[in-house]
Design a protein around this ligand. Structure first.
Ligand code: CU
Length: 357
């Protein structure tokens, strides 16, 4: 009875494990490494496939040999006790030499790949993007184009993008699964990697153009899993237009509500942490640059759609969307009751920020 139930449970767990293993391999996921795009992701995918084939063959041969031996030489009633043997030089040489050959065969492409993914090929055009990781958002600077943005960045299709990365606080890791493997980001140190996107649309099965999803892949504190970002891959002319616009100063507030929001932005201490280009009072960089915030598709490092409702929830209490941010813990409006934002303050700030197109 108990045995039967146990057997059912073991079978159920095993099938569940098998199903989840296969489901995990689907390329139909915005962060699937199996849907590789561009030379870096493809090189890594190639290495993965090579390794998988080699270990599969080894697994089948070793397990097959084992099963064969176990069944063929199993104890039979009345059979004499097995003979004790010790040492077999031929066998020992074989099982030393074969793994050495296999490991050497795997080491060559692995080391080649390590060098290949560290920096874009010499002599080819490249675009440099400096990444600064913060708890829990991303700063993206383009030193050669003189612009800086946050949480979402654009790159031209078919161009090598070189990343120079460092951290403001703790360890983070930069990962856009469809474009390249992970790279650690270390405070006080510069790490590099590159990728080249071969398509502008991360998911052609949907009618609209999709961006590539990225995320921090190193545990960096309570909101680690909410430290996401987006890569928008553009045709060259779209990218050039984005750069021109992104370099321009923030739009002036137009409607009365926007003007009120701008005043609140100055008087409620938001400028202590947020930069808005063209506003000399707002140059700090403890939080994301908000110059063209209205054009970003997501809010709070890729976790929510950037719309009026979500922005209002965020400004009312960032903790409701994402626990433990510096904004919730240190901004005057959340720690000093005299400065707390009223409902109409929130509406004005939403109007101003969403208007920063
Ligand atoms: Cu992180």
């Amino acid at each position: 009875m108990i045995n039967n139930r146990l057997r059912t449970i073991v079978w159920a767990l095993a099938s569940l494990l098998l199903v989840s293993a296969f489901v995990a391999c689907t390329p139909e996921h915005p962060q699937s490494t199996f849907d590789s795009h561009g030379p870096v992701a493809e090189a890594q995918m190639g290495l993965f496939n090579l390794l998988t084939w080699i270990v599969s063959v080894v697994f089948v041969l070793v397990t097959g040999g084992l099963l064969y031996t176990v069944f063929k030489f199993r104890a039979r009633p009345g059979a004499p006790p097995p003979q004790d043997i010790h040492g077999n030089t031929k066998l020992e040489i074989a099982w030393t030499v074969i793994p050495v050959i296999l490991l050497a065969a795997v080491a060559v492409p692995t080391v080649q790949n390590q060098f290949y993914i560290a920096a874009p090929p010499e002599g080819e055009d490249k675009l440099v993007v400096n990444v600064v990781a913060h708890q829990w958002w991303w700063e993206f600077d383009y030193p050669d184009l003189g612009l800086s943005t946050a949480n979402e960045f654009h790159v031209p299709v078919g161009t090598n993008i070189e990343f120079n990365m460092t951290s403001e606080d703790v360890l983070h890791s930069f990962w856009v699964p469809k474009l390249a493997g992970k790279m650690d980001i270390i405070p006080g140190k510069n790490t590099t990697m590159w990728f080249k996107a071969d398509t502008t649309d991360a998911d052609p099965s949907t009618p609209e153009k999709d961006s590539f999803y990225g995320q921090c892949a190193e545990f960096c504190g309570v909101a680690h899993s909410w430290m996401r970002f987006r890569v928008h891959v553009d045709e060259q002319d779209e990218f050039d237009a984005w750069v021109e616009h992104e370099k321009s100063n923030a739009k002036d507030p137009e409607t009365d509500l926007e003007k009120e929001g701008y005043q609140l932005f100055l008087t409620k201490g938001c400028v202590a942490c947020h930069a808005i280009q063209g506003r000399p009072d707002a140059v700090a960089l403890r939080g994301p640059n908000l110059t063209h915030f209205g054009n970003r598709s997501t809010l709070a490092a890729g976790i929510k759609e950037n719309n009026n409702e979500n922005l209002k929830v965020w400004l009312k209490n960032p903790d409701d969307l994402k626990g433990g941010t510096i904004m919730a813990n240190e901004a005057a409006v959340y720690i000093n009751p005299d400065l707390a934002l009223s409902n109409s303050d929130l509406d004005a700030l939403v109007a101003y920020l969403r208007g920063l197109k």
